[in-house]
Design a protein around this ligand. Structure first.
Ligand code: SAM
Length: 308
């Protein structure tokens, strides 16, 4: 049984509350009525740090483990999308929003230092701390790794629980299997400014493409110049008409992912969210390595990369 009230204001919160109550009914042995919002009393567990992933769509992706860590912690700090934040706050109205450390024009490295310090202050105070990060906490995210390392170095127990990353959603939504051609996954600006090579026979994923070319670490929106420079570099490996995909995994079950297919040359004119990922499908067929003896005629029927 779930009701909308001053703590449960949106449809998403209401559905999430009902879902949680269902889990409690299941755990309690089924065949019972459970009132949403009446979570069990917090148990006092050992002090230390656990870093958990919210998944991309919290309602669908947050594991029972993640939910129980959020319920049981003394202090919950979150760096997640606004939908996940609303749902976490319905479980824990005292959750701290680390997103408030971001500001337009502020150097992101400064933001990361502040978030790191905010988490470590609670951990050093001997609290049982749960830090919730968007997606998988250890994928394309420095701070979660840094705080786990720091806590351990200070003799404080710390661990990371995985979550569902944008990359995991991408394979499901686009029907791509990284096992077929391999995958090369890189941050877009790193690919642009360093001497990196691409294997165009594999799937290529470029992260933070909207921020391509931003060396100041202050920009949160796409800029045409950066995207043009990115396309120029990609033209070393691909034709201008090579089809690429702009991908955005959905944050809510009622949304669809964005899967926009366009020619490589058209990337500078496209629209970007801060969290758009660029997907570059493989180019051409695999070529046999001439230093490897050619297989027998029958064996060529079988792909050496066949998986289950
Ligand atoms: C700082 S990383 C965080 C990744 C996150 N920890 C994860 O597990 O996916 C942010 C980048 O991840 C990718 N990303 C995050 N959310 C996404 C989404 N909803 N759809 C597609 N890509 C996303 C984008 O490339 C974005 O710039």
């Amino acid at each position: 049984v779930c009701e909308a009230n001053e703590h449960v204001r949106t449809l998403e919160q209401l559905v999430h509350e009902a879902d949680q109550a269902l889990y409690r009914a299941k755990h309690g042995g089924r065949n019972r009525v459970v009132r949403a919002g009446g979570g069990e009393a917090r148990q006092s567990g050992p002090a230390g740090l656990v870093v958990v992933g919210s998944g991309i769509d919290f309602g669908r992706h947050a594991s029972e483990r993640c939910l129980s860590e959020i319920r049981e912690a003394e202090v919950v700090l979150c760096l997640v999308n606004p939908m996940a934040l609303a749902m976490i706050c319905s479980l824990r109205p005292d959750a701290i929003n680390l997103g408030l450390h971001y500001a337009p024009g502020k150097d992101r490295r400064e933001t990361y230092r502040e978030i790191d310090e905010r988490i470590m202050t609670e951990v050093r105070a001997g609290k049982r701390v749960c830090a919730v990060f968007y997606g998988h906490p250890g994928v394309f995210a420095d701070v979660p790794h840094v705080v786990v390392r720091k806590a351990r170095a200070e003799g404080i127990p710390a661990r990371m629980e995985p979550g569902i990353s944008a990359e995991a959603c991408l394979y499901a939504d686009l029907g791509l299997d990284p096992g077929r051609r391999g995958v090369q996954s890189m941050e877009a600006t790193q690919f642009m400014v360093y001497d990196r090579q691409l294997d165009s026979a594999s799937l290529v994923l470029l992260w933070q493409v909207a921020l391509a070319g931003d060396l100041s670490c202050t920009r949160l929106h796409a800029e045409r110049d950066g995207l043009t420079a990115l396309v120029d570099k990609l033209l070393r490996w691909y034709a201008p008409e090579h089809e690429v995909i702009l991908y955005e995994a959905a944050w809510l079950p009622i949304e669809k992912p964005r899967i926009e297919r366009l020619a490589l040359r058209d990337l500078p004119e496209a629209k970007y969210a801060e969290y758009t990922t660029l997907v570059i499908p493989p180019r051409g067929e695999l070529r046999w390595d001439s230093t490897i003896a050619a297989p027998q005629a029958r064996a060529t029927q079988v792909s050496p990369a066949a998986t289950h």
